[in-house]
Design a protein around this ligand. Structure first.
Ligand code: NAD
Length: 467
């Protein structure tokens, strides 16, 4: 069998793998990148990007309903889901084609095929071309994650889909049951709810979005109701059955009572787990950690000196931007530039309507760690642009360490949260002082002025609200 050697062999071409490949090539390395599918991984093909294209469609539709306040009237706005899906596919194709173009321009050898370890140093890649064996000075595993499935009967019914299946769905159902009120479940609940679908969310834990502070998730409930979304927390789904008319009956236990809900479609969104299928990790000595991901140190190196792992395969934080950052970190370390991953100030955005964005410590984490803190809230109702955007219900919350007065957490609920979290991340990551932000000029009229106001407010100097 043909044997090929490169400086770096990267397995998986998602936001972890393709970023490592391009960055490695820019740094002058000979890179081979392998993926069994199109470049882009889950995020670009069946995750972040296509989901947010549907969020955009749902937002446009919702705007037509709210536009009367501005004197703009739409007669019977309707949605052609087939066209929506086609537009989403066009966006993902443009993006993945762009990545393929960049890989090519940077001289990355992209091989479409399935990679399987033969031992600690050799990887067999099989595809349309047959099979080849690859070796490399360093190997980076970036194989991503896959949908987790519940151990319950009825998941094989044709009306049960995961997020990938829902992204391809061209027929808007009348009703949908969402199992799991995490990020995927809630983002799809809002997309479909805004499009007029009756949505029932069943969440096992006492709160939806269990990883964010309760005041944020509780506030979202009001908006869920306005968008045709009914939420039951503390619900354990036990089985799914098909009615004679083809509808889905989902059975769940709520407060010790067995209940059912009927709908046309069921979304299973109970988490994701690392994807190692076909990789033959068992033929290597690579160590799997307690979190079921590949164990890595802060340089992204596994227990083997020549093998690194990044992204969801490590199961440290299932976020595309974390994967990309880990990828750059891994390459820098491979090049001998010591660089340690730090997960303290990773921003996260939940694309519900309204959006929620967070960075740094949450209140729950601070309480758990026994760190004394104070909170400071900037109301969106104090900001001109927020009023124009009809987002006067939102807020920015800053968490300040009681002893040192450092800002160690920030949360945004409301319009532009996805954008507001970026300057907040810069401020927190770089430990900018109240004075630093006070002396920074923020453009008017923008929602970002609230960040300035918030830091002034921490000093009792807020101009536009009573701090
Ligand atoms: P998740 O872990 O965020 O949520 C899964 C939810 O399902 C949890 O709330 C859990 O309690 C619930 N659940 C588990 N078993 C259940 C049961 N039997 N019945 C009812 N509920 C049950 O997972 P996800 O939403 O599938 O997302 C997967 C990963 O992808 C997450 O790590 C998420 O952060 C990431 N993601 C991020 C974004 C974003 O950043 N905008 C978007 C999508 C996904």
């Amino acid at each position: 069998m043909e044997k090929i050697h490169s400086q770096i062999l990267i397995i998986g071409a998602g936001p972890g793998g393709y970023v490592a490949a391009i960055y490695g090539a820019i740094k002058g390395m000979k890179v081979t990148l392998v993926d069994k599918k199109r470049v882009g991984g889950t995020c670009l093909n069946v995750g972040c990007i296509p989901t947010k294209a549907l969020v955009k469609a749902a937002d446009i539709f919702a705007e037509t309903k709210k536009s009367a306040a501005y004197g703009i009237h739409f007669e019977n706005a309707s949605i052609d889901m087939k066209q929506t899906i086609a537009k989403k596919d066009e966006i993902t194709k443009t993006l993945t084609d762009g990545i393929a173009f960049l890989l090519n321009k940077h001289g990355v050898d992209y091989v479409q095929g399935t990679a399987s370890f033969l031992n600690n140093t050799e990887v067999e890649v099989s595809g349309d071309f047959g099979s080849k064996v690859y070796t490399a000075d360093k190997i980076i595993i970036a194989t991503g994650s896959k949908t987790k499935h519940l151990p319950i009967p009825g998941l094989d019914n044709d009306f049960v889909v995961d997020s990938e299946g829902l992204l391809a769905n061209e027929v808007l159902p009348e009703s949908m049951t969402v199992i799991g009120g995490g990020i995927i479940g809630m983002e799809f609940a809002f997309i479909y709810g805004q499009l007029g679908v009756k949505v029932e969310v069943l969440e096992f834990l006492p709160n939806i979005l269990p990883n964010i502070d309760k005041d944020l998730s509780q506030r979202l409930l009001r908006f869920a109701k306005q968008n045709n979304i009914n939420i039951t927390t503390g619900a354990r789904v036990t089985k799914i059955e098909k009615e004679a008319n083809g509808n889905a009956i989902v059975t769940y236990i709520h407060k010790d009572v067995e209940k059912t809900t009927t709908s046309n479609l069921v979304l299973e969104a109970v988490g994701r787990e690392p994807e190692f299928s076909g990789l033959n990790l068992e033929k290597t000595d690579i160590k799997i950690g307690k979190n079921r991901g590949i164990e890595v140190d802060e340089t992204m190196k596994t227990n083997l000196d020549h093998i690194y792992a990044v992204g969801d395969a490590t199961n440290i934080m299932q976020l595309a931007h974390v994967a990309s950052h880990q990828a750059i970190n891994a390459i820098d370390n491979i090049l001998g530039h010591k660089s340690a991953m730090n997960y303290r100030f990773i921003p996260s955005v939940i694309f519900t309507s309204p959006q929620i964005a967070t960075v740094g410590f949450s209140e729950a984490e601070l309480q758990q760690e026994g760190i004394e803190y104070t909170t400071h809230r900037v109301p969106f109702s104090s900001n001109g642009k927020a009023l124009i955007l009809e987002s006067n219900y939102g807020f920015i919350k800053l968490l300040q360490k009681a002893v040192t007065k450092e800002i160690i957490g920030a949360q945004v609920f409301g319009a532009d949260a996805e954008h507001l979290i970026a300057p907040l991340t810069i401020a927190l990551k770089n430990n900018l002082s109240l004075e630093d932000i006070k002396e920074t000029v923020f453009a008017h009229p923008t929602t970002s002025e609230m960040i300035h106001e918030g830091f002034l407010g921490l000093n009792g100097e807020a101009i536009h609200y009573l701090g």
